[in-house]
Ligand binder design. Structure first.
Ligand code: ZN
Length: 241
């Protein structure tokens, strides 16, 4: 497969020393390192880059876009968001992580609020594989723990997914559909919940395994040509095929 682009708003790392210490190369740097270690060709882009680093040229060479955002979702320009949506519909894979669920591209692709309930405080999360035969679950145990995280709770206002790969349980009792697969146009989307900026979640082995699997799964396939508009009949005018 071709290039994976890891996009990060890269704002918490600049403002919060705790996050900067957790992610000295940025969240994008940690995610990119995990993918590169598995042999993927990876580049990164951030909100601060011209056109947020997501120019037509960059998106054209991107097979899968991994996206982390949180406090600056509104600062992403409508033009860039729309460009991402169009590329997904044309076949680019899209993997929004954690609060990237509130990003303009993801909410536009879903058509719903993507609202949740949440709680800060470093609770334990247990991520259960609920679709063990799914390619995104390859190599994972039946379940695994994220020792400290932000809680996300149902209901999660998204359309019914094509597949639910993970469901999370939290110490406080809530549950959450934490790994959801969609298709929009020719593009595959995998929304993955873990990844709060205050914890070293993107260095965790199981999380890195999920991201490698997700990128592999979301990569474009060749498929067939699509023909739209007015067409002549497929049957010949004298009858028969
Ligand atoms: Zn968070």
């Amino acid at each position: 497969m071709g290039t994976v682009t890891v996009w990060n708003e890269n704002v918490h790392e600049m403002r919060d020393p705790v996050v900067a210490e957790r992610y000295p190369d940025g969240i994008h740097g940690a995610i990119a390192a995990g993918l590169a270690a598995d042999g993927f060709e990876v580049q990164t882009a951030t909100l601060q880059d011209a056109q947020h680093g997501l120019t037509d040229d960059v998106l054209a060479e991107t097979d899968v876009l991994v996206w982390w955002s949180h406090c600056a979702n509104d600062e992403v320009s409508d033009e860039v968001a729309e460009r991402v949506v169009e590329r997904v519909q044309a076949g680019m894979g899209f993997v929004p992580l954690h609060s990237g669920k509130n990003s303009k591209p993801f909410t536009r692709l879903m058509g719903t609020t993507c609202d949740i309930k949440y709680r800060h405080g470093g609770e334990t999360e247990r991520v259960w594989v609920v679709d063990p035969g799914h390619p995104i679950a390859d190599g994972l145990p039946e379940s695994f723990e994220v020792p400290e995280t932000e809680m996300y709770g149902e209901p999660y206002d998204v359309p019914e997914p094509d597949q639910t790969v993970f469901v999370s349980w939290f110490e406080g009792g809530e549950v959450f559909r934490s790994g959801l697969c969609y298709r929009r146009g020719r593009g595959r989307i995998f929304a993955f919940r873990p990844g709060h900026e205050a914890y070293p979640i993107f260095f965790q082995d199981e999380i890195r395994q999920v991201l490698c699997n997700a990128v592999e799964w979301a990569a474009p396939t060749q498929g067939a040509e699509a023909v739209y508009g007015e067409v002549k009949p497929q049957t010949d005018p004298d009858g028969g095929y």
